[in-house]
Design a protein around this ligand. Structure first.
Ligand SMILES: Cc1ncc(C[n+]2csc(CCOP(=O)(O)OP(=O)(O)O)c2C)c(N)n1
Length: 376
């Protein structure tokens, strides 16, 4: 395995001292090392991966030095446009080092949402004309690959290092995130909201622990899972899946269970919810100020004012809760509130150690959910 300090030192030697990206669990150790060793202006947790490429391009324009963008391979979808129309040699010709983790690598078991992405990870790089190396787990070989990357960057190319599971040695984060004194767990908040839903209501939940905790709630209550569309991938799009349903099914109440990281990733979506103004739409954001599902790296969720944003985006009702009591009151208010509504629930980071994963496949989930929506 590669020591994070070795890898980062090699990048520094090549003039790379600025990072931007969206964290992931496979990159947890290297991201933790970067967090501890670079200030907030040199390690920017971006809204999404495409935005991180924008930040890297800006850094290059201002300094003449390439920056490094880290991401899960799911983020490739978000970087295609800036790769094609910003950094490409046929456009501005701007070098960027990409650090892409390889979830769903063929032959390695992974969750359903990673399987397709794993198959196309290197193919997408080929199509985009991005040269890459799968980073070796041996330091001397990795050092040679970084040399190769540096040559490409000097030639103003985008170059990718593709990272397999267990490439980086363990590194324990020492920087402590200043979190507000939050008392409510996300799981308790999810259970409380789910218990308040009407018989015919449905939920579209976002990727990560939120969907997993919702799934386990249904199982614990001996309920079926047909009311819930568990969006296992497509981070940031759950609110629009819910909107599509709400517009097509005006007689059913549709709840979106969102995360702060996912909301911020495609924040413009809130503007479309607010202006479409569906009278059957409730957007719940479980805001823990973190990308909790992939290692708890911070988001700006608790530094910004999501309720005020929802008001500006024309949501008709905007509520906030950070205790169980607030939440019970907010759920009461929602019974008669004008919709669309936003409910922000500020919750603690962290999850139960024994939290499971959905046992139904995405396609079983889709079919059961569609059948549920068909019922009168
Ligand atoms: C496009 C994309 N980038 C990154 C990821 C990896 N990822 C999965 S869950 C997650 C964090 C989600 O954070 P948030 O929405 O705040 O929910 P929380 O996990 O904190 O409950 C990330 C970054 C992904 N699935 N898709």
């Amino acid at each position: 395995m590669i020591r994070p300090e070795f890898f980062i030192e090699k990048l520094r030697e090549k003039g790379i001292d600025c990072f931007a990206g969206v964290p992931d669990s496979l990159l947890k150790n290297i991201c933790a090392y970067i967090t501890d060793h670079f200030d907030a202006q040199h390690n920017i947790i971006a809204a999404n991966e495409g935005a991180a490429v924008g930040l890297a391009a800006g850094h290059y324009l201002a300094t003449g030095q390439p920056a490094c963008v880290y991401m899960q391979n799911s983020g490739e979808g978000n970087i295609i446009n800036p790769l094609a129309s910003l950094t490409d040699q046929e456009v501005y010709n701007i070098p960027v080092l990409l650090l892409i983790d390889w979830r769903g690598r063929p032959g390695v078991h992974d969750e359903p949402q990673h399987v397709k992405q794993g198959k196309v990870t290197t193919g997408l790089l080929n199509v985009m004309g991005v040269n890459y190396e799968v980073l070796s787990k041996e330091e001397d070989k990795a050092a040679k690959q970084i040399e190769k990357a540096a040559k490409a960057l000097a030639n103003k190319e985008v170059f990718a290092l593709v990272i397999e599971k267990d490439t980086f040695d363990n590194y324990q984060l020492s920087t402590v995130n200043s979190q507000l004194e939050l008392t409510l767990s996300r799981e308790e908040a999810i259970r409380t909201v789910a218990a308040a839903l009407g018989e015919k209501d449905c939920i579209v939940s976002t990727t990560g622990m939120i969907s997993r905790e919702l799934f386990e709630y249904r199982a614990a209550m001996n309920q079926g899972h047909e009311r819930d569309f568990l969006t296992v991938g497509s981070m940031g799009h759950a609110s629009q899946i819910a909107l599509g349903i709400a517009l097509a099914k005006p007689d059913r109440r549709v709840w979106c269970f969102d995360g702060d990281g996912a909301t911020i990733m495609h924040m413009g979506n809130m503007a479309i919810v607010g202006t479409q103004a569906p009278k059957n739409y409730i957007h719940v954001i479980f805001n823990n100020g973190a990308h909790d599902s992939v290692g708890g790296q911070p988001t700006v969720g608790l530094q910004i004012d999501l309720p005020q944003l929802a008001t500006a985006m024309k949501y008709k009702t905007v509520l906030h809760a950070s205790t169980k009591e607030d939440l019970e009151i907010a759920l009461q208010q929602l019974q008669t509130a004008e919709l669309p509504a936003l409910l922000q629930i500020c919750v603690q980071k962290g999850n139960r150690a024994d939290l499971g994963r959905p046992t139904t496949t995405p396609q079983q989930n889709k079919q059961a959910f569609m059948n549920f929506l068909k019922q009168q």
